[in-house]
Design a protein around this ligand. Structure first.
Ligand code: GDP
Ligand code: MG
Length: 177
């Protein structure tokens, strides 16, 4: 059983959701390409990126979908969600409104996906401590109440970005293997 055989064994679709400008595209850029774009307007484009991840010595592929900005018009389509087995539900710790909207995103996720979709609540921009409007405890509490994983990240300084994606993929792998 060679490594080559295992390459295509698992392909997990994971969606990024959350309000506009919370950092979804930059989280993906950091995770998939180790890049960061200070100008958000330049991040439009990619539909999804496929990333290979090692789990317990086995290679799995995560197909991570990013919105092309349609969340601005509350027009994320059912095609976007179709077949997703994981989700990163992202807010910006410096904008409370984006945290208040998490419930709305969670509802939308559950209208389109199975209730068991592996979901992590992500408080992004943890590098902007001075501008913080949502405490870490509030994030944790919401995650606990809704049965979600939780992590604060920074696409800018990279903290916890890999960990957040890995956590979702590993959990999905555990369910499907
Ligand atoms: P999206 O609309 O959710 O895809 O958000 P973008 O990835 O386009 O990011 C929106 C803005 O926030 C851009 O100006 C990014 O440079 C900035 N940004 C994204 N992530 C971070 C982060 O972790 N820290 C800081 N300081 N800025 C970020
Ligand atoms: Mg974007």
């Amino acid at each position: 059983y060679s490594k080559e055989d295992s390459v295509d064994d698992y392909l997990f679709k994971i969606v990024l959701i959350g309000d506009s400008a919370v950092g979804k595209s930059n989280l993906l850029a950091r995770f998939a390409r180790n890049e960061f774009n200070p100008n958000s307007k330049s991040t439009i484009g990619v539909e999804f990126q496929t990333q290979k991840i090692q789990i317990n010595g086995k290679e799995v592929k995560a197909q991570i979908w990013d919105t092309a900005g349609q969340e601005r018009f509350r027009a994320v389509t059912s095609a976007y969600y179709r077949g997703a087995v994981g989700a990163l539900l992202v807010y910006d710790i410096t904008r409370r409104r984006t945290f208040d909207n998490i419930n709305r995103w969670l509802k939308e996720l559950h209208t389109h996906c199975d209730m068991n979709v592996v979901t992590i609540l992500v408080g992004n921009k943890s590098d902007l401590e001075d501008g913080r409007e949502v405490s870490m405890d509030e994030g944790k509490s919401l995650a606990e109440a809704e049965g979600l994983f939780f992590m604060e990240t920074s696409a800018l300084d990279s903290s916890n970005v890999n960990r957040a994606f890995q956590m979702v993929v590993k959990e999905i792998y555990n369910i499907f293997s």
